[in-house]
Design a protein around this ligand. Structure first.
Ligand SMILES: [Mg+2]
Length: 314
């Protein structure tokens, strides 16, 4: 996360104006290299299914870019040659299997670029179930001190601690709110990720009082898990998009171990046993638990007619 913060801190407006995504790419590659390197050392036989791969980075014309990733790694004390860095990144190119880790090295790219929320999300999946999760949220808590890390182990609860200070941890617990008028909703900043007009109708239906809190990345799961919001909706913007496992695995376990509830928009549990996507699910509904059925009813009532059905027809 120190590497991500370093890269995010060096983004300047000129780079953004040119629509050059290189800062985020440096951070994506650097973060994936570091996490895969550490999994290679601690869990050498575990495959990793990660978002990025190093193919483009290995091309000779990308040597300057690769050197930049190397400099960022060196800035956090990891010296390595370009080929070694690419090999670390490509440890993340495994296929989902009986036991594997899934990694999103930078979740919430757009938030990262606008210096907003993003997350580093890692989860262990065994037999299609998320067993362990770690969710780094550099912009939650005290961003100047590095933010917060949430983690959870199935059936053992969720905890959070400031980055670099695991001994200062506390349990994570969802809010006990049962009153819709007090419930707080969070959703994606990007309307391409979740249908805002539909969630506004649902919020009105439910009688939610406040404005939606818009936040990039799985920091939304952390926000519900930690009792700072009661509802997170990710509503399908079309019927073809399938959610990626690394965008949800870590957050879903942190919320459920904090006492909350996670399902898709039809009330089905998220199914992590089907490969790189949640192909049997449509959208995501996350709540503190007591509100879940009422939220689901409102979501189903608002479902566009072309998105009804069992979701398994493809
Ligand atoms: Mg990503």
């Amino acid at each position: 996360m120190a590497l991500c913060r370093s890269v995010q801190g060096s983004i300047d407006d000129a780079v953004l104006e040119k629509d050059d995504r290189s800062p985020v790419t440096v951070a994506d590659y650097g973060s994936q290299a570091l996490v895969c390197r550490s999994l290679a050392a601690s869990r050498p036989s575990d495959p990793v299914v990660a978002e990025e791969e190093a193919g483009a980075l290995r091309r000779p014309e990308q040597s300057t870019f690769l050197a930049r990733v190397g400099r960022e790694l060196a800035s956090v004390g990891v010296e390595a040659e370009g080929k070694t860095i690419c090999d670390w990144i490509d440890r993340g190119s495994s296929q989902p299997c009986q036991r594997f880790w899934t990694l999103d090295p930078i979740d919430g790219t757009k938030g990262f670029l606008r210096k907003g929320h993003y997350a580093v999300a890692l989860a262990l999946i065994i037999d299609g179930r998320v067993e362990v999760a770690a969710l780094g949220c550099p912009q939650l808590g005290d961003p100047a001190a590095g933010g917060l890390v949430y983690w959870a182990v199935k059936d053992q609860g969720a905890r959070v601690a400031p980055v670099g200070n695991p001994n200062d941890s506390r349990p994570v617990q969802v809010s006990d709110c049962q009153d819709m008028r007090l419930a707080r909703l969070c959703e994606s900043v990007e309307s391409a990720h979740s249908a805002h007009d539909r969630s506004a109708r649902i919020a009105e239906d439910l009688g939610l009082g406040g404005q939606p809190v818009r936040l990039d990345s799985q920091a939304k799961y952390a926000t519900v898990a930690d009792g700072a919001a009661e509802i997170y909706l990710r509503l399908p913007v079309n019927d073809t998009y399938r959610e990626k496992i690394w965008d949800h695995a870590a957050g879903a376990l942190v919320v459920s171990e904090a006492g909350g509830q996670v399902s898709d928009t039809h009330g089905r549990p998220l199914d992590f046993s089907l490969g790189r996507t949640l192909s049997a699910n449509r959208g995501v509904v996350v709540t503190n638990g007591p509100l879940h059925e009422r939220v689901l009813d409102a979501v189903l009532a608002s479902t566009p007619s072309d998105q009804h059905g069992d979701g398994n027809h493809d």
